[in-house]
Design a protein around this ligand. Structure first.
Ligand code: AMP
Ligand code: ZN
Length: 114
């Protein structure tokens, strides 16, 4: 846990969030400033600052995060029309919170990335 990290605080229950799912390794909660009708963040409980600092031993954790996002998408009825999973890393991607998080966005057209 990093002391001043907002996602560590949410993961440990010290700061409030609208939590949708959690297990021993991760927590998923609604983005406070949503960019899509459905916008949920999947966050490891362990403090990892970014994809940039991921280690080989985090391989299973990241896989589980993607599978949890898929399950949330399923639960929210997003599978037929589709959804987007995004991880921002660093300045050019606009990463604001320096604790790894996977964005799940859907519920309407998301615009093209190409
Ligand atoms: P990123 O730009 O990938 O770092 O995204 C950070 C996301 O975290 C943004 O979409 C913010 O709206 C969201 N966010 C920041 N603080 C909170 C919070 N306390 N609870 C929920 N979402 C948050
Ligand atoms: Zn953290």
């Amino acid at each position: 846990m990093a002391d001043e990290c907002i996602f560590c605080k949410i993961a440990s229950g010290k700061s409030p969030a609208n939590i949708e799912y959690q297990d021993k390794d991760m927590v998923a909660f609604w983005d406070v400033n949503p960019k899509a009708k459905i916008h949920i963040l999947i966050v490891p409980k362990k403090h990892i600052s970014s994809v940039v600092t991921l280690e080989r031993t985090d391989e299973k954790l990241v896989g589980e995060m993607v599978l949890a996002a898929r399950q949330l998408a399923r639960d929210k009825g997003l599978e037929d029309d589709g959804y987007r999973l995004v991880i921002n890393a660093g300045k050019h991607a606009g990463q604001v919170v320096e604790h790894l998080h996977l964005h799940l966005m859907g519920g309407g057209p998301l615009g093209s990335m190409g």
